[in-house]
Structures are given as C-alpha cells and as structure tokens.
Write a protein of this length. Structure first.
Length: 326
C-alpha cells in the first residue's frame, strides 16, 4: 500500500461550499470495470442493511465475528502473519501469543474494511466524532510557523480510513497514492465524492508525482504525509537512506523529508490505531528534525531517518496488529 496522507494546516468551515480543487485522480486511476462496480455495490448494499439492522456497535461485533471466521479458515494468510510477527518482535512469541495477535489482526483488517465501505451511510457528525487526536496541540504548534507540516507515516494502520475521517472533521486532506490502488478504494472514493461534496477539497498526488507538487503542498499550508518505510524503491531517482530496523538494514524513502527540511516545515511522525466500535486514534510523535541544530542536510536526514525507523519499530512491537504488509 503506497499510500500517503496530507492535511491542510487549518480546519475549514464545513458549511461553506467547497472551493475549486484539482481533480482528485485521473480517469485511468478511478475507473472501475462493470463487474467491480456491481460486486462492490452489492457488498455495500448488504453491509448498509446490516448497519441499519444492527446499529454501528452491532456491525462492529459482526465484523469481529467475520474476522474470527477468516482467521480460522485462511491458513495461508495466517501463516504469513505468523512469520511477520516473529520477524518484528524482540522475543520469540509463544504459540498462544501468535494465535491471539493473529486473530486480532484479522479482526482489525476486516472491521476497517467494513467501516471504510459504509462510512457514507453514517451520519456525518457521528462519523467525524469517531476520530480522536490526543496530542492535537503538536499540529497547531507546528502549523503556527507557517511553512506547512510533514507527517512521517509508515505502512502500519488504516491510512485510507484516516483520510476520510480527517475530511469529515473539516480538514482539507491531500492523499498520495499508488496508481495501482485497489478497486475497493477507488469504489469508496467515488461514493464518498457523491455523498460528501466537501471531500473534493482533498488533493491527490501519486507516488510518482514530481517533487514540485510536494513543494507546492507545503508552500500552500498543507500537512503532507507519506509512508517512508517502503519494501522496494520503485524509481532510481527517488532519494533513500539506509536504516536499521528489526535487526535488518533497509532503504527507506527520504525525499519528502528532505523537501520538508528545505521548506522549514514542521515535521511529526504519525501512527493510526484502530479501536473498538470503529473508533480511530491518531498519535503524533515530535522530534524528527531539529531546526536549531547546526548540522548539514546529509547528517540531519540520516539522524532523522534512523530515529523514524526506531520509533516505527517501537510502535509495531507494542501493537503488531498494526502490520499491513505481510
């Protein structure tokens, strides 16, 4: 999932009509085949019926049951998760621990998909209230400098859900996505556009966008977010930095962080947590870049990237169900 999120530096008045904005995606990226549209529409209708019959809490319990059944029958995916957990933990997990973590992983991903599919059927105020940001003050403090904000995210947690909830909370988010994003996300984006016109405030960039688009987002006051912990570098021109994480040496993308430093934008590390009853929490971590330190760019980026990797390692070991790539 090469998925990155960005937010505007301030909340907009949700009662105002949305300003003109660039197209969210190009035609090739949002088109769905007839089969995809019909199959997802049926799934959406069935899930909406369950929502009306069971209420949101009941649908969450249904998602937990569905996820548990998936965990029981999907042996291959369960085995992949077990291998991933053994790789990221700092101790050898017992069989009981692997089973518990595996079941919670399946439940989390199933509930996230259910919520993502029917969020357009939840009353707007109720949906917006499902997102909490305990240390929101870090965002305000960083944005007060007037140079935008960069969120250093990772491929852990449900960024696609976060982007929608941020839009409903009055932010104008921007998202950077892989051009080969899944059909479900493209389907939900279409529905979201129809039911929440202010979602058009969202600006979309692609993973292979030109650097000037990133500069422009920060110059215009956006909070730009990207996942730097890639599995592979797609283009030779992309800037990378080698870090140590989970006992391995890996190359992570450093381009957006370099741009943020040159723009003197605020920099925060961010993680998204899924909680019971379709609630989501955004945690922010400060301290990646110290603008007061008199260090050259190469040294500053190297230190920041290793700090980023160490924090990712700590958060994932605290909650391995955050894993998304197994």
């Amino acid at each position: 999932m090469d998925e990155q999120s960005a937010l505007l530096s301030h909340k907009s008045d949700v009662s105002e009509p949305p300003p003109a904005a660039p197209p969210r995606t190009d035609t090739a990226s949002i088109e769905l085949s007839l089969w995809e549209w019909v199959s997802f529409s049926i799934a959406h209708a069935v899930t909406t019926g369950l929502l009306y019959c069971l209420t949101l809490r009941g649908l969450y319990r249904f998602g937990r049951m569905f996820g548990t059944i998936e965990w029981c029958v999907d042996y291959k995916r369960r085995r992949r998760f077990d291998k991933a957990v053994v790789r990221v933990l700092d101790h050898a997990p017992s069989r009981k621990e692997r089973r518990r973590l595996g079941r919670e992983f399946f439940i989390r991903t199933r509930c996230d998909k259910l919520f993502y599919l029917i969020v357009d059927r939840i009353p707007r105020d109720q949906a917006a209230s499902l997102l909490s940001i305990p240390n929101r003050g870090l965002i305000d403090e960083a944005l007060a400098r007037g140079n935008g904000l960069y969120l250093a995210m990772s491929h852990h947690g449900s960024h696609h859900v976060l982007a929608m909830l941020l839009a409903l909370n009055g932010y104008r988010p921007a998202a950077v996505r892989d051009r080969n994003e899944g059909a479900l996300r493209r389907y939900v984006q279409r529905r979201f556009d129809l039911h929440y016109p202010d979602f058009h405030r969202m600006r979309v960039l692609f993973a292979d966008s030109f650097p000037r688009d990133v500069f422009r987002c920060l110059k215009e006051g956006y909070v730009l977010g990207s996942a730097m912990d890639v599995n592979r570098v797609r283009h030779e021109s992309q800037k990378t930095e080698e870090v140590t994480i989970f006992g391995e040496r890996r190359k992570f993308l450093s381009g957006p962080l370099r741009i943020a430093r040159r723009c003197k934008a605020g920099v925060l590390q961010a993680f998204v947590f899924s909680e019971p009853n379709f609630r989501y929490r955004l945690e922010l971590v400060d301290g990646l870049i110290d603008y007061e330190a008199d260090t050259d760019e190469s040294s500053a980026i190297s230190t920041a990237m290793q700090s980023y990797a160490t924090t990712v390692e700590r958060y994932v070991r605290r909650d391995p169900t955050l894993l998304t790539r197994i």
